[in-house]
Design a binder for this molecule. Structure first.
Ligand code: ADP
Ligand code: MG
Length: 711
């Protein structure tokens, strides 16, 4: 499907088996009658509606292709609001009137299905009597085969809607937001006299993850149910030496990576880069960028592949944002740009002044978008897991700012000072615009602390969580940028009407927009306390946790943006707010229960054994007439620690009972989770970790940080 692979030499293609398990253009050409093939390709490339008359033929061709490769089942593959992907498999098998088995797949089955979806979260949008939802084929993302031990399932990417047309998934709003940003960007391009038929966001996701030995994972109930460790003393050696980053990849891990890559290539996922990350046992995999809809599907699939391959290779793949406290967390850098259908990257500084002006204009719109809609972008990355990362020492802070780097900041400052009014060769040099092409190669943009950084020819949104589906953050980025581009277009229109030269007008608007949004630009160290204060002075929001960030769903301004652009209906926003809050509350309450269970069934029995042995040893020593004040002191301290653990555990239990009786509304419940539940959990953890550091290794019931991170 990717143009480059179609033209790649056959040998290379076979070597990587790229896209072999996707129903791509080659497969379509081979299995469909010529007119059907052409219509389908037009649908995909021009985003047109599929002609339902050809659906039967497409379904037949797709089935022939899939069955020839071992498929026995098909499924509509969709992304409900729980942040996962969902599938329900049906065999191609049907019985004829006289009971003969037939392998069939109809156009109707391809285009639409009705999964029994009453258990997916809908935030109250569907009462049970009308719980039905339906899935509808998204032909712009290729169908693919998921292989299993005895065959394969044909997976058809779909959107998921209620019968009333409400969106129940993550893909629909993404597709809508893509249309919005395309429309607004085309408007600007037309005014610049460089029209394009369509513009789409491009997306490359750098995915970070941890691998731990499966034996350890199996023995850690917290990792199994919550994806992160809720207790565990820091190891004697952590990541202080920073000796893991870009180091040699261990043999066993490399085998995992190769399996993942081959599976990904077969599915047409263009994974390219692999390396060690900063923390021990932390790694990264990054694909070549694609159109955002496909990139979002591919990232979901990739996460699934990684989990499966890990299990097969004796690992557990941890995608959680913060599996281990005290070592780096994991993110998913979203490299975002805009491209025209003929392949122009609108955020690539060009090689002549006119292209430069266009670049500056688009970049100014992105800056504007982040400034105006920072709270929306923050809400897009809010999750229980990401709370541990954003604002912690190694991740971008919860304050959303833009990094431009020195060179680009200088140029924008010059534009903003009005030096761009007259575009002569001289002003170009004065503005430093002749330096623009160099910006792409400028390595000063390695500021890792910025949540939204310009990196040469794209912006990198780094606050996205590693386990997160990227649809929602990208819906918000696309919408915010669409809004800013429309504003830019309005201003440009006025200037062009006043007969200003388009390049000069573009530079003037870029300067204006930048000047008004400059408060969001920050090139310094985002991890410092000074920045937190400075950001406060600049009026940038600092939404520290998930409930605070999700508050944007109730914010009139943000709602107006999303509803006026047709992305969501009012009550869909209410529903999404509720679902997100519930997911948040549930995940932390699950962590609290697994913590209590581990303390009760593992930690307490172990420390009581140790205490008993110490008591016996102390009594024996004293009976033998020894003076052992240090031992007595150590014993008393240890026993006090055990008592402390019990007291804190009781406090946590009481808090959980109290909240259950109180039945607070979702926002208040979520607030309580941050303000009371988490501190109570941290207190239990601290008591347990202190004991762990002083308890005989053989008695400790759970794999330790040292084992999980260094063995
Ligand atoms: P790093 O950030 O590690 O230095 P790169 O900047 O080379 O790495 O690329 C990171 C990711 O950005 C890759 O997935 C790459 O495909 C993606 N990327 C590069 N150009 C674009 C673009 N125009 N739009 C979206 N993503 C892009
Ligand atoms: Mg990067």
């Amino acid at each position: 499907m990717l143009p480059e692979t179609r033209h790649a030499p056959a040998a290379t293609r076979t070597a990587l088996d790229f896209g072999a398990d996707t129903y791509n253009v080659d497969a379509m050409r081979e299995t469909l009658p010529r007119p059907v093939f052409e219509k389908l390709v037009a649908t995909i490339q021009r985003g047109e509606r599929l002609d339902s008359k050809i659906a039967d033929e497409v379904a037949h061709g797709m089935k022939e292709w899939a069955v020839a490769r071992g498929a026995t089942h098909f499924t509509h593959w969709f992304q409900p609001l729980n942040g996962q992907s969902a599938e329900k498999h049906d065999a191609f098998l049907t019985l004829s009137g006289d009971g003969e088995p037939l392998v069939r797949f109809s156009g109707g089955q391809l285009i639409q299905a009705e999964p029994d979806a009453s258990s997916f979260p809908s935030g109250g949008m569907r009462s049970t009597f009308e719980a039905r939802g339906y899935t509808a084929w998204d032909p712009t993302s290729p169908a693919f085969l998921m292989r299993h031990e005895r065959g394969a399932t044909l997976c058809i990417p779909t959107v998921f809607l209620s019968w009333k047309g409400e969106t129940l998934d993550q893909k629909t709003p993404l597709l809508r937001s893509v249309e919005e940003v395309s429309r607004s960007a085309c408007r600007v391009l037309k005014l610049l006299r460089k029209p394009a038929a369509r513009v789409h966001p491009t997306m490359g996701t750098e995915q970070e993850y941890f691998l731990v030995d499966r034996r350890f994972w199996d023995a850690r109930p917290d990792l199994v149910v919550a994806g992160r460790t809720v207790l565990g003393a820091p190891p004697p050696k952590g990541q202080q030496m920073e000796d893991h980053y870009f180091g040699a990849v261990p043999e066993r891990v490399l085998a995992f990576m190769e399996d993942v890559e081959h599976a990904a290539w077969a599915l047409g996922i263009p994974v390219k880069t692999r390396h060690n990350e900063v923390a021990p046992h932390q790694y990264e995999i990054a694909p070549i960028f694609e159109d955002v809809n496909r990139a979002a599907d591919h990232n979901m699939l990739l996460m699934e592949i990684m989990r499966r391959v890990a299990a097969r290779r004796g690992f557990a793949c941890l995608l959680h944002e913060k599996p281990f406290s005290g070592v780096n967390g994991s993110g998913k850098h979203n490299n975002w740009s805009l491209a025209t259908d003929d392949g122009r990257n609108l955020l690539d500084p060009g090689s002549d002044p006119h292209e430069n002006a266009s670049f500056l204009l688009f970049a100014s719109a992105v800056i504007r978008a982040v400034h105006r809609r920072g709270n929306l972008l923050r809400a897009g990355v809010a999750s229980a897991g990401n709370d541990h990362r954003l604002g912690a020492n190694e991740a971008p802070p919860a304050i959303v700012s833009v990094f431009l780097g020195e060179a680009l900041t200088d140029i924008f400052d010059a534009c903003a000072a009005g030096k761009a009014a007259d575009v002569t060769q001289k002003t170009i040099v004065e503005l430093g615009m002749s330096r623009l092409p160099q910006i792409a190669k400028d390595n000063t943009d390695r500021n890792r602390t910025s949540p939204f950084a310009f990196t040469g020819n794209k912006f990198e949104f780094r606050a996205v969580g590693s386990s997160q589906a990227i649809q929602v953050p990208n819906v918000f980025v696309n919408c915010a940028v669409a809004e800013a581009l429309d504003e830019v277009a309005d201003r440009l229109e006025k200037r062009l009407k006043a007969k200003q030269d388009p390049t000069a007008a573009a530079l003037a608007v870029a300067g204006e927009v930048y000047r008004e949004s400059k408060a969001v630009v920050f090139n310094g160290d985002g991890y410092t306390q000074e920045w937190v204060k400075e950001a406060g002075r600049r009026g940038l929001p600092n939404l520290r946790d998930t409930p605070a960030a999700l508050g944007v769903y109730a914010d009139a301004e943000a709602r107006k943006l999303l509803t006026s652009r047709g992305i969501f209906l009012e009550h869909e926003l209410d529903a999404r707010y509720l679902i997100q809050l519930e997911i948040f509350v549930r995940s932390v309450e699950i962590e609290a229960s697994v913590l209590l269970r581990m303390v009760d069934t593992g930690v307490l029995p172990a420390v009581l054994k140790q205490q008993e042995a110490a008591a016996r040893s102390l009594t024996a020593a004293k009976a033998a007439g020894a003076k052992v004040p240090a031992q007595e002191k150590a014993f008393a301290e240890y026993a006090a620690g055990v008592d402390e653990l019990l007291a804190r555990k009781a406090a946590l239990e009481a808090a959980l009972v109290k909240i259950k009786k109180a039945h607070p509304e979702a926002p208040a419940h979520a607030r309580w989770v941050c303000d009371e539940l988490r501190p109570a959990m941290n207190a239990v953890r601290a008591a347990s970790d202190a004991l762990e550091a002083r308890t005989e290794g053989a008695l400790w019931p759970f794999p330790t940080y040292h084992q999980m991170l260094f063995q």
